[in-house]
Every structure is written in C-alpha cells, then in structure tokens.
Design a binder for this molecule. Structure first.
Ligand code: PRP
Ligand code: URA
Length: 208
C-alpha cells in the first residue's frame, strides 16, 4: 500500500504476541511496548539525512556523522507515551511534544484536551507516535493539529493498524508515511482493532 511500511521482524512479531496476550500484566506490557518502539525506530529512521564532520580519534583524524534534521517526537496521550522512551533511547537528541486526544466512547470522534510543542516544529522532522491506528480518527486529527502548527515533515508511527485507519490517513494526509508493526484484520462494532491488543492506554497504565 502507498506510503505504508510494515516493519516485520522476528523480534517485533514475538513482542507483539506478548502485547496481544490478555494475561500479560501491565508492567510487562509497558516494558515490551517500549522495547518494540526502540526496534521500530531503526526502520523509521533508516533514510534520515546525515551531515558529515571531521573528528579526531585517539589515533588520527576521521569523518563523523550526525543527523541533519532536528527531530521532534510527538506521542498521542495517553498510549503514545509508552513508546517515547524506546524512541528516545536511540534518538536522545530529539525534542518531545505532546498532543492529548481521547476517543469519545459513543461517537468514536477524537476530543483534544492538551497540546505542547517545541518552537522548532516547523523546521523539524516530526514523528507522531501512537500504538493504535483504529478508525483513524485520532491520527487524522493529530496530523491536522500538527500541520496547523506548521509541521511540514511528518511520519506516523503506530504499532497495530487497521485497514480502515490506514485508508483514512492516506486519504486525508497523503503526504504522511505510515509505519506500523502489523496490519490487523479490522475493527469490531465498538471500533476496537481485532484481533488487536485491547485498549493500549488502559493496559499501559493499569486503568482497565
Ligand atoms: C487510543 C489510541 C489512539 C486511539 C485510536 O486512545 O491510543 O489514540 O485510541 O483510535 P482511533 O484510530 O479510532 O481514533 P484512546 O482514545 O483509547 O485514549 P487513551 O490513550 O487515553 O486511552
Ligand atoms: N484504541 C485502543 O487502545 N485499542 C483499539 O483497539 C482501538 C482504539
């Protein structure tokens, strides 16, 4: 599918299975979610531009490389928070913005309640992170939110995506590449991904 990268790796498949298992306790869910995020970060960043510079090893002068773009990681609260540490472990130079959205349980429409972004949003490469892309309403709204704040270069990183969620993002934000670990069968009548892993925010924070 256009603009969609499914990051399929044995270690990620193993970890997604742990997250799917309803017997997995909250503390393990958090650990594994963060670990998967770190592994996904390698693929999401693998075409990042680099700047060459000169450095001195203890032996002689040689070339070094640093990332060209400023990176801003934006988790969608709450569940996206569970992926931040995994990304920051490999992108320690990144700044972190936050966008707070929840899905109204009746209408399934996203409601925004918080946002705070670094001033550098307009000239940064922005990674919007949220484990679940279900109806796509939250991702669509979060991407619009970021664009209204002048973000121009955005990638969406989720863990489990549904075909309708992917379609919505591709339709409304065709410029935004989507990365996920797995595309599931679909949605149930409550808008939950099936087979999915349940409510990612509740399982991360023990509020189920
Ligand atoms: C979850 C998830 C996404 C959203 C996905 O958040 O983290 O943000 O649902 O669903 P959608 O694609 O149908 O919009 P939720 O609303 O449960 O809030 P929470 O993270 O605070 O629990
Ligand atoms: N939000 C979740 O956390 N899980 C789903 O399956 C759908 C939306």
């Amino acid at each position: 599918m256009k603009n969609l990268t499914v990051i399929d790796h044995p270690l990620i498949r193993r970890d997604v299975s742990i997250l799917r298992d309803k017997k997995t306790p909250n503390h393990l869910f958090r650990t594994v979610l963060s670990r998967i995020a770190g592994m996904m970060a390698f693929e999401v960043t693998n075409d990042f531009a680099m700047v060459e510079y000169s450095l001195q090893t203890p032996m002689e002068k040689t070339k070094g490389y640093r990332l060209k773009e400023q990176i801003v990681i934006v988790p969608v609260l709450r569940a996206g928070l569970g992926m931040v540490e995994g990304f920051l472990n490999v992108l320690p130079e990144a700044r972190v913005g936050h966008v707070g959205l929840y899905r109204d349980e009746e209408t399934l429409e996203p409601v925004d309640y918080y946002s705070k972004f670094p001033k550098t949003l307009s000239n940064s490469l922005v990674l919007l992170i949220d484990p679940m892309l279900a109806t796509g309403g939250s991702a669509k709204a979060a991407l619009t939110f970021l664009k209204q704040r002048q973000a121009r270069n955005i990638r969406l990183v989720c863990l489990v995506a549904s075909p309708p969620g992917i379609k919505i993002v591709q339709k409304h934000h065709p410029d935004v590449p989507i990365y996920c670990a797995v595309v599931d069968r679909g949605l149930n009548s409550n808008g939950y991904i099936v087979p999915g892993l349940g409510d990612a925010g509740d399982r991360t924070f023990g509020t189920e």
